[in-house]
Write a protein that binds this ligand. Sequence first.
Ligand SMILES: N[C@@H](CCC(=O)N[C@@H](CSS)C(=O)NCC(=O)O)C(=O)O
Length: 300
Amino acid sequence: MVALLRSCRRLIPHLSAAAAASSPSSSWCAPRARRGLRLLPVVLAMAAYSSGGAGAEGTRRLLFRQLFEKESSTYTYLLADVGDPEKPAVLIDPVDRTVDRDINLIKELGLKLVYAMNTHVHADHVTGTGLIKTKVPGVKSVISKASKAKADHFIEHGDKIYFGNLFLEVRATPGHTAGCMTYVTGDGHDQPSPRMAFTGDALIIRACGRTDFQGGSSDELYESIFTLPNDTLLYPAHDYKGFTVSTVEEEVAYNARLTKDKETFKTIMENLNLAYPKMIDVAVPANLVCGIQDPPPSKV
Ligand SMILES: N[C@@H](CCC(=O)N[C@@H](CSS)C(=O)NCC(=O)O)C(=O)O
């Protein structure tokens, strides 16, 4: 097993609210760079990188909330740089049903929502990004180019999304769907420590997303695992068992799917026997257009 990671230095100008303050350690990038997340003990060496005093400033600046939508068991994540006078914020994976709750919280906390982002085109609920755009002027929707969905900004592997002085790195983690992305808080003394990875459905605590529709592929999912420091906090888009957060170290030890060899993993994935999500026929078309269906043609 090889630790793999693409270079993440590229900045997308339209998503950069600040200059590139720091970039991932180049020694962390394997020469044979590929997409991916592999939760391996090799990352142990990196744990020291983000411990100690490093990251204290970034940690102080970060406001973080984990929010839950109970019908689809979806987590929405709110992150803001409260060290910036404007308190710029991003929402990851908002759900249409809980948009008002999220917007009220953002107002109460005095934040300025900049981006409403999705990790992928969800199949089990309608995204809140389109609705948020109608309610909060200036918010931009963000999704991967590979998802082929509509949005204001399209991201690719290696991009960085700035909110104030803090940023999220974009990692392609396809397999659950073709366009799945994981967002990882930045690396560097001025970024939060430990790092946090918002895995969408690529990694679910002790499990991973299913791979049986929307361009899913267990082969691809297995290959899309990348290395992160052992103490990295893992935040999935869903949990069905009451978990809220895990770490790389925990998943390396206890993930019931991703720790297996590839053939065993593929067999597990082929035999999940999960019913299709109840809302798939509504959710996928809606999410391809940011959760807002085009207005019906007016009658002549
Ligand atoms: N029962 C739910 C759908 C449950 C489901 O299929 N979850 C997906 C992520 S949302 S598409 C998944 O990948 N699950 C993996 C697993 O092992 O549970 C509904 O009907 O909405």
